[in-house]
Ligand binder design. Structure first.
Ligand SMILES: NC(=O)c1ccc[n+]([C@@H]2O[C@H](COP(=O)([O-])OP(=O)(O)OC[C@H]3O[C@@H](n4cnc5c(N)ncnc54)[C@H](OP(=O)(O)O)[C@@H]3O)[C@@H](O)[C@H]2O)c1
Length: 169
């Protein structure tokens, strides 16, 4: 993290704001995190497996005078959700002296694979753990930390409203 930029980039639209983006190692989450950091937010990059990609994103943000750090957690388990919350709070306290959060982007998610007949219980449980349970319990843990004017954005999918046979769950 760049010293002296504890709250992102002062003077930018989101300077002084703290953002957490889940699943920011790649895809849509990465793009959201990059944009938030460019707008001045101190951006927390959450990832599950792609540590190198998450660290590369932190370096890219810091290279552009932004501020970010990365946290690993598997959001398919309650232990992983708790780990993310614990590391977020410890990291924010250590770096910024406050556990306040301004922006939570629940982006991490997986696509279910399989038709109605082919979906196993394990596959069903994994989709609901990552896509439904994790955002819910992250909200439960982090809403009390959200500062006035804060924002929560939950990414979803068209397949939650429209039947798509190859992704039945
Ligand atoms: N792309 C689309 O066309 C589309 C369409 C509809 C909805 N969406 C939604 O938009 C969001 C982003 O989609 P995307 O296509 O950008 O996704 P993606 O490229 O597949 O990336 C998924 C992200 O979620 C993380 N993730 C996956 N499983 C996880 C777990 N068990 N615990 C913690 N993190 C986990 C991944 O972390 P690691 O890589 O570090 O493992 C990765 O950072 C998702 O919620 C998705 O459902 C996307």
């Amino acid at each position: 993290m760049n010293a002296g930029l504890e709250y992102g980039i002062p003077g930018r639209r989101l300077g002084g704001k703290v953002a957490l983006v889940t699943g920011a190692s790649r895809g849509i989450g990465r793009a959201i995190a990059l944009r938030l950091a460019r707008e001045g937010a101190f951006t927390v990059i959450h990832y599950r497996r792609e540590e190198a990609a998450a660290q590369a994103l932190v370096e890219e943000i810091e290279g552009a005078s932004g501020a970010a750090w990365a946290i690993q957690a598997d959001l398919g388990t309650m232990a992983g959700i708790e780990r993310l919350v614990r590391e977020l709070e410890e990291g924010l306290l250590g770096r910024l002296g406050s556990i306040g959060l301004d922006i939570l982007i629940n982006n991490a998610g997986i696509a279910s694979q399989g038709t109605l007949g082919a979906t196993t219980e394990a596959a069903f449980d994994e989709v609901f753990a990552v896509n439904v349970k994790a955002p819910f319990f992250l909200l439960q843990a982090l809403v009390p930390r959200l500062r006035d004017g804060g924002r929560i954005i939950n990414l979803s999918s068209l397949v939650t409203r429209m039947a798509y046979p190859p992704e039945a769950a």
